[in-house]
Design a protein around this ligand. Structure first.
Ligand code: AMP
Length: 527
């Protein structure tokens, strides 16, 4: 087993990794990090969920000098969403080292980006079009870049970014290191590698088929922003004896165990930062049945054999099929029946499909309890907390004074509602992730309208479109709304809560053998 220690990284990068709560390198990281540190060009075949961002991010940040005012590394990504996500991850890992990162993408005012660039950043993460725009304006200089990463390269090529990518490449010095990450390696990628890479090392995490135990396997589609509530609804609707919940990171374990405890579940966390004694204590309580839910990292859960585990819940999707098989093997022991539930966010749909492919099996989709039900439960919870606080008699005097003051001019009901709004608005808003802001698409209320770049010319009919959406995004066919098919393009409406899944599943895909591109519609396209 590899440890992050074995890479001999800068203490500040190690601090960043610790703060992320990573326990051990994921399979792609174990191979990729040392190769990149040695200066090799790398082709990594991996998708979201495998830890690919940190696989290139850690050695990239290790390499960058935070004192420099010049751009030292560039990451190209196909979409705004991915650019933001990668940028966030790099910012967090590089925070202790004070590396400055900046996402630049279309749709954001260019003036703001120019200002941010002028302040001196060392890592730029952007979509090819906007990056090129800055290069042409002279607001971005890449003469000192030592490393270029092409993230989700297959998608960038599918989206027709090849010319833009090559144009960006022309602005880089000759001797830069090039890393390429891609879920698939079609001929166009190989060609790109031949043209621009220097003896690339090929790294993949897929090890062919692994065998999953025969137990019921189910997945739920969830959004990052409401994941905890979704989990609680699931927990409340399952007849659960004992469950093991898996999180990716130690930090994730702590946070989830605490949140569950706060909501009244008998939960405890288990990970490698706990002293042996603490670990023994947690395991003993779990064995005795005093703890209902054990929240654990992969490492901590290795070797756990408790016969009464009725449920394994992948709160975070595993990083590879092997880990999936290990995890779900913790249930259904000693001849009992067990069930494995996996929570999947929009961006992780592909990782789910890849796991299914490697275990040569399918996870059954199951519908989450509705958002209204979740909201109702949250309201109930908040009510209970408020009553408890009132009854505790422990209010800070300043607050009471403040309210008294305000009641001279305002209604007490409104003051209370405003205070709640300030404290909890984010718990109740929408239910769509902040990264998925599709803007005004001209759809019916509660729906999002998407534009698809093929129509009758590709023999697309409504039935096929509905089938493709239902299958690829894992949503019920009857949920698909209005469809308009024209000669060369189409529109389809889907419910807001399903929109991120439809977008991620179909923005680059195939229907009827035709390559399709799906994007949020603009209202002026309205028929
Ligand atoms: P990615 O595949 O890069 O999209 O990463 C998926 C998720 O895994 C992100 O939330 C990362 O922060 C997380 N992650 C990356 N590396 C590790 C690791 N070694 N241990 C645990 N979580 C990780």
């Amino acid at each position: 087993m590899k440890h992050f220690d074995s890479f001999e990284l800068d203490a500040l990068i190690m601090k960043g990794i610790r703060e992320m709560g990573f326990e051990e390198p994921s399979p792609i990281q174990a191979e990729c990090i040392p190769a990149v540190l040695r200066g090799e060009d790398v082709i990594g075949q991996a998708q979201t969920g495998t830890g690919k961002t940190a696989a290139f991010g850690i050695p990239l940040l290790e390499h960058v000098d935070p004192g420099s005012r010049k751009v030292k590394a560039v990451v190209l990504a196909p979409t705004r969403e991915l650019a933001i996500q990668v940028s966030e991850e790099l910012r967090k890992i590089g925070r202790a080292k004070r590396v400055k990162t900046l996402p630049i993408y279309g749709g954001q005012p260019i003036g703001r980006q120019i200002k941010a660039l002028k302040q001196g950043v060392q890592v730029v993460i952007g979509t090819p079009g906007r990056m090129l725009d800055h290069l042409r304006r002279g607001t971005l200089r890449l003469d000192d870049v030592e490393m270029l990463v092409l993230d989700e390269a297959d998608e960038m090529l599918d989206m027709g970014f090849i010319d833009d990518i090559e144009a960006v490449m022309d602005h880089l010095p000759e001797n830069r290191q090039l890393l390429l990450f891609s879920a698939t390696i079609p001929p166009a990628i190989r060609q790109l590698a031949r043209k621009y890479m220097n003896k690339p090392r090929y790294i993949t995490v897929s090890r062919g088929e692994v065998t999953a135990p025969v137990i019921e396997q189910v997945y739920y589609k969830v959004l990052e922003s409401t994941k905890l509530d979704s989990l609680c609804r699931i927990l409340d609707s399952e007849s659960l004896e004992q469950g093991i919940l898996f999180c990716r990171t130690k930090k994730g374990v702590d946070e989830l165990a605490e949140s569950l405890q706060a909501r009244g579940y008998l939960a405890a966390g288990l990970h490698g930062d706990l002293a042996q004694q603490q670990r023994d204590r947690v395991m003993n309580s779990f064995r005795r049945g005093d703890i209902e839910l054990l929240v654990a990292t992969d490492v901590a859960a290795r070797g756990i054999d408790v016969g009464t585990v009725s449920h394994v819940i992948n709160y975070d999707i595993p990083q590879d099929a092997e880990s999936y098989v290990h995890r779900i093997g913790r249930t259904g022991r000693a001849g009992r029946t067990g069930i494995a539930l996996t929570l999947v966010t929009p961006r992780e749909m592909k990782q789910l499909r890849s796991i299914e492919h490697e275990i040569a099996g399918e996870l059954k989709p199951r519908e989450l309890p509705s958002l209204e039900e979740v909201a109702e439960r949250q309201q109930q919870l908040l009510k209970e907390q408020l009553v408890e606080t009132i009854q505790s008699g422990e209010l800070i005097p300043i607050f009471e004074e403040l309210v008294q003051n305000l009641t001279e001019k305002h209604d007490a009901n409104q003051i209370a509602a405003a205070a709640l709004h300030m404290a909890f608005a984010d718990r109740f808003t929408g239910g769509t992730d902040a990264v998925y802001d599709f803007g005004e698409t001209g759809a019916s209320p509660g729906m999002v309208r998407f534009f698809i770049n093929v129509g009758r010319n590709a023999d697309i009919r409504p039935r096929e479109l509905v089938k493709a959406i239902a299958e690829q995004a894992g949503i019920a066919a009857k949920k698909v709304g209005r469809i308009n098919i024209y000669d060369r393009f189409s529109f389809v409406e889907v419910p807001e809560e399903a929109a991120p899944f439809v977008f991620e599943a179909l923005r680059q895909s195939k229907i009827n053998g035709a390559r399709v591109n799906l994007e949020p519609a603009r209202p002026r396209n309205r028929s």
